[in-house]
Design a protein around this ligand. Structure first.
Ligand SMILES: [Fe+2]
Length: 492
């Protein structure tokens, strides 16, 4: 008797305890000779500390990369060795409370807000290092071997209980990086401070703090233009008393009542002398910012917006194995175009772009902060049998959306295959937004076969032109990135 379809999907939540290298993975099709660099993924790798299981979004980070050169490929994967990873693997148990996972002993969570660092959310390349990042910290990895070198604190701006933005972005205009820190206020409002740093990780500018209206976990991504920084804030309030009481996980202590608006935070760049927030209509959560640009006196921001609470419940240990198609209720994420009048501090336009659901946006890196036309998203597969089709670990399709016309191109991996975010690799010398390749990590749910797919970005719907078989299983990725010219060490 064959396994239920949902069990095929839940394989994307299974741990990979081992590290790997593969100098000559099996390649199907022909890799473009001009494709030179490395596609990196970060995401949960080990979903337990000893016998204590972790919720999917708390899993210990695992960075893997596939390096392309002269029509060949090689790959490797390593755990992100955070202090928590080292201590908990040595102890054989969970030692620090996480956002989605409580310590097993009820009273061990009392008065302890989660601070565990899993280094599992994003991966970016800056200052000659690969960095694995989450809200709690960024960890520098060797750019050849992926071995963890240690925390990167941006010359001390990330200190104490501060949150560091999990998804900083390099500004192609300056070559520097844009990020923020959040100072938790406890019972008082938190403060967000945007900053920029150079490739030596020295802070080069720091904006005046902006006072937030809610708790830090639900500010997630950022964008910028030459004149402004932006971030989004979810429509939720943390019940601090319940969180401190420790009976529920932190994520269960959020109040998602209607009436709280999701907000767009706007801060003038670089000094923060002016800042304000505007409500995002019909939106409960906007985790990811696609891009932002100045348009005359206005500010244009594209975000991915959910009109209700995401279904985090199915990410809990035990829940995803038991989940069946239709159990989840995450609303479909939509592309929202927001036009802000910064003088009047109000929205002058908001509309949904394209008739498509999806998240995990990717744009051409040299368009960040400037007008752009194309975005690629992970999306629910047509006919998906996943328990929660709109939640990213179960995405099964890649879509490309024209932000001007709303036109959509799509490729479906099939009803039981997980696909990651797409990463865009530009063709050397090309300048058009889609002149290059899309790289996607895919995991076939039944066989646990992990591959990296290569698409011609101009012909997404035609399917992959090549596939690299890694020879290992990897759980669903969180974010991925392309690093032009970066070569990981080949072989052990
Ligand atoms: Fe993210």
């Amino acid at each position: 008797m064959s396994a239920p379809v949902s069990n095929a999907h839940h394989r994307v939540f299974q741990s990979q305890p081992d590290e790997f290298t593969n100098a000559s993975p099996r390649i199907h099709g022909t890799l473009p000779a001009e494709l030179r660099g490395t596609v990196l993924r970060n995401g949960p790798g080990l979903l337990a500390s000893g016998s204590d299981r972790l919720a999917f979004l708390d899993g210990h980070g695992y960075v893997a990369g596939v390096t392309f050169r002269d029509g060949t490929a090689s790959c490797r994967g390593r755990h992100v060795r955070t202090p928590e990873f080292r201590a908990e693997q040595a102890a054989g148990r969970l030692l620090v409370r996480r956002v989605f996972t409580n310590l097993p002993s009820r009273w061990a969570n009392l008065f302890k807000l989660p601070k565990g660092d899993s280094g599992n959310h994003d991966v970016y390349v800056f200052g000659g290092m690969i960095l694995a990042s989450s809200d709690q910290g960024h960890h520098a990895l060797d750019a050849g071997t992926l071995e963890t070198r240690g925390p990167e604190r941006y010359n001390g701006i990330h200190a104490g209980k501060r949150i560091l933005s999990p998804m900083p972005r390099v500004d192609p205009a300056t070559g520097g990086i844009v990020a923020y820190v959040i100072d938790p206020g406890g019972p008082k409002p938190d403060k967000v401070t945007f900053f920029e740093a150079d490739t030596r990780f020295q802070v080069t500018s720091r904006a005046a703090p902006h006072v937030l209206s809610s708790s830090p976990m639900l500010v997630h991504d950022l964008g910028f233009t030459p004149r402004y920084y932006v971030a989004t804030q979810a429509a939720a309030r943390l019940g601090l008393g319940a969180a401190l009481w420790g009976k529920k996980t932190l994520v269960e202590c959020f109040d998602w009542k209607k009436g709280f608006p999701a907000e767009l935070i706007v801060v003038s760049r670089p000094d923060g002398a002016r800042s304000f927030r505007v409500p995002i209509p019909n939106t409960t959560v906007a985790f990811h910012v696609i891009n932002a640009h100045d348009d005359g006196a206005h500010l244009v921001v594209y975000v991915l917006a959910y009109a209700g609470k995401p279904g985090f419940e199915l990410f809990a240990p035990g829940a995803f194995e038991a989940a069946r198609p239709g159990d989840g209720n995450t609303p479909p994420p939509r592309i929202l175009r927001l036009v802000v009048d910064p003088v009047a501090q109000r929205l002058v336009e908001h509309r949904v772009v394209g008739d498509v659901a999806g998240d995990l946006p990717e744009i051409r890196a040299d368009r960040v902060g400037q007008p752009n036309r194309l975005v690629w998203l992970g999306a629910p597969a047509v006919g998906s049998q996943a328990p929660d089709v709109n939640a990213f670990p179960w995405f099964g399709a890649i879509v490309g959306v024209n932000l001007e016309s709303g036109a959509v191109a799509r490729w479906d991996a099939g009803p039981t295959t997980h696909v990651s975010q797409a990463a865009f690799a530009p063709r050397p010398g090309g300048t058009e937004e889609d002149d290059g390749w899309l790289l996607v990590w895919a995991e076939e749910g039944t066989a646990g076969l992990c591959e990296v797919l290569v698409f011609d970005a101009k012909a997404l719907a035609a399917g992959p032109i090549a596939r690299v078989e890694l020879g290992v299983h990897l759980p669903a990725a969180s974010h991925i990135t392309w690093a032009s010219g970066l070569e990981l060490q080949r072989g052990a």
